[in-house]
Design a protein around this ligand. Structure first.
Ligand SMILES: C[S@@+](CC[C@H](N)C(=O)[O-])C[C@H]1O[C@@H](n2cnc3c(N)ncnc32)[C@H](O)[C@@H]1O
Length: 231
């Protein structure tokens, strides 16, 4: 039997792009992301330029709605576009957010980001836990570039690939304790599909975005990438 070398990080194991299965959407929507999502939003607020109130927000890969609702709570007067390529996810997002915030200004798009042609750029572009789903990561960065201009603020958060399969299992046990098997399985697959900081850094360098965006690891399983503030 081959032993896993904890110092040799395994190669990325891609997972399907869209989350379309009904059970998968329900498991994700019901999961307890309170602490994680709260800390991601706090991190976004900590990195925004002072007094930055976006008139337009794009939530890329919006999912079932918890994150969309949190963004709208922070920016109640903004117009938000929630985009997800999965019909069932965007339907869940619409029903959840309309009940939570009936007066919010939201447009729901069931569109793959590869096919998304924005009418104009967004002042805030937010994405959580999407990049690792994509077969070609440059589809993600192209959509970001198409949706932004020099005044847009970008904030991206995603999972970090652990150094071993065992560490991925440990993370599932620690952070998805008590969740159902579908969610635990999706979380494990997402950890294996996610990128290392070196890989994300290489993407930024290739696209010459490294002088515009900063990359930080924020937890044992997350990184953030956000617009550098111009002085
Ligand atoms: C892990 S979920 C994250 C959802 C949400 N951002 C959150 O933080 O709760 C990733 C979402 O990205 C969507 N997605 C994956 N690939 C996509 C693509 N190519 N275009 C648009 N959405 C995509 C999936 O359908 C899924 O809803």
């Amino acid at each position: 039997m081959t032993q896993e070398n904890p110092f040799l990080r395994f190669s990325r194991v891609p997972e399907p792009e869209l989350m379309e299965e009904k059970e998968q959407v329900e498991a994700y929507a019901k999961a307890n992301f309170e602490e994680t999502h709260d800390s991601i939003v706090r991190s976004l607020l900590n990195h925004l330029p002072p007094r930055f109130i976006p008139a337009s927000v794009l939530d890329l890969g919006a999912g079932p709605g918890d994150m969309t609702g949190r963004l709208l709570n922070q920016f109640p007067n903004s117009h938000l576009t929630a985009l997800d390529g999965s019909l069932s996810m965007i339907a869940h997002n619409k029903s959840y957010v309309s009940k939570l915030l009936p007066n919010a200004s939201v447009e729901w798009l069931s569109t793959k980001l590869q096919e998304f042609i924005p009418v104009s750029s967004y002042e805030l572009i937010f994405s959580n836990s999407l990049l690792h789903h994509l077969s070609d990561p440059f589809d993600f960065w192209s959509a970001i570039q198409r949706s932004s201009d020099e005044n847009s603020f970008l904030f991206i958060c995603d999972l970090l690939r652990p150094t071993s399969f065992q560490l991925a299992k440990n993370l599932v046990d620690v952070y998805a304790m008590g969740e159902n098997e579908i969610l635990r399985n999706d979380f494990y697959n997402s950890l294996l599909a996610s990128y290392t900081l070196d890989e994300v850094e290489a993407m930024l360098r290739t696209l010459r975005l490294d002088h515009k965006l900063k990359l930080d690891q924020i937890t044992d399983r997350h990184w953030i990438c956000y617009s550098r503030q111009l002085n």
